[in-house]
Design a protein around this ligand. Structure first.
Ligand SMILES: [Zn+2]
Length: 327
């Protein structure tokens, strides 16, 4: 029997606020006298039954995250969970809009605090972290460009990527091309959410509009065989979050999830958890489920982790050091 918890793992797609452990959010709420009653089940996990309630609980939980030091502590709490699940390299999405309201000076303070948190976690667990700053699609193209400029000015250190989250249905990818150009010119790695809520066209549009090497989710590419071929030919890496997709009913069952079919078609797939406590999952559960559903072996996961490290937004020394751990 393989102990999936201790198998070394990489994770490329994790939203820092969405990864907040419920215990940590309750502790912070108690310190600040913020009432979060109704946000948790009896077992302490986040409560939601439909997408509207999911967003409501998410926003209430985020309301306790107010200062740079709250985010430093959040970073450490999230990385404690990652490390406990065998993750040795992780990339986390941060949002300058939620960390300082898009102000450069404030963002610098938040970024410094989260960098300190990641360094503390590295000392404690050995876990390596990089940050991907995201613009929020439904805040519009002007805001995205402003965010990209702030991110470009603070690129370097642990901040190595730029991405886009938010409502996929808001405008087409082309409207955000300039934001991605600004970030790309600053040397940041590029990724964007697509093909989760919307179908294969959103993945195609994203590839046409941005110079991305990775797509967040991208799984609905499976609906279009020619797009699957393109993803494979161009070596685009998908940050696949199966448990998230199933929790949000993008696919109803694990056996219906296209990750294995995409992989068999030559698409580079990796595995992440997105907003794990909201989807009642963690990296150990994702590996176990993939093993049970598709029969993936330890070797399959080693291969996938190498794919992830080759696509990681990190310096070459770190990449080589991490790759060696998957040999
Ligand atoms: Zn995501």
């Amino acid at each position: 029997m393989i102990d999936w918890k201790t198998v070394p793992k990489t994770e490329l797609h994790l939203h820092i606020e969405g990864a907040a452990p419920p215990d940590f959010i309750r502790m912070l709420a108690a310190e600040k006298n913020i009432d979060l009653s109704g946000s948790f089940k009896d077992d302490g996990s986040y409560v939601w039954t439909d997408f509207a309630e999911f967003l409501q609980t998410y926003e209430r939980a985020c309301s306790v995250l107010q200062t740079p030091d709250d985010f430093r502590r959040l970073t450490e709490a999230v990385l404690d969970v990652s490390a406990a699940n065998g993750v040795i390299y992780t990339e986390m999405f941060l949002s300058p809009d939620f960390c300082g309201g898009g102000d450069l000076g404030a963002w610098k303070e938040y970024l410094a605090a989260m960098t300190l948190g990641a360094k503390n976690s590295k000392t404690k667990h050995g876990i390596e972290t990089r940050f991907i700053a995201t613009c929020i699609r439904h805040f519009g193209p002007d805001n995205a460009e402003k965010t990209a400029e702030i991110v470009a000015k603070t690129a370097g250190g642990l901040l190595t990527g730029f991405g886009q989250g938010g409502e996929e249905r808001h405008l087409s990818a082309g409207h955000f091309a300039r934001a991605f150009k600004i970030a790309g010119d600053a040397g940041l790695g590029l990724t964007s959410h697509a093909g989760e809520i919307l179908g294969s066209d959103s993945v195609r549009e994203t590839l046409d509009a941005f110079d991305v090497t990775r797509i967040g989710h991208g799984v609905r590419a499976i609906e279009d065989p020619s797009l699957v071929e393109r993803l494979a030919a161009e070596g685009i890496v998908l940050e696949v979050c199966p448990g998230s997709n199933i929790a949000l009913d993008v696919f109803s069952k694990w056996k219906d999830h296209p990750i294995a079919r995409l992989r068999d078609a030559g698409v580079k797939v990796t595995v992440s958890t997105d907003d794990p406590p909201y989807f009642y999952t963690d990296m150990t559960r994702e590996y176990r489920k993939l093993h049970e559903t598709f029969g993936w072996s330890l070797e399959d996961f080693q291969d996938m982790n190498k794919t992830a490290m080759l696509a990681a937004f990190c310096d070459d020394d770190t990449r080589q050091r991490m790759l060696a751990k998957f040999e």
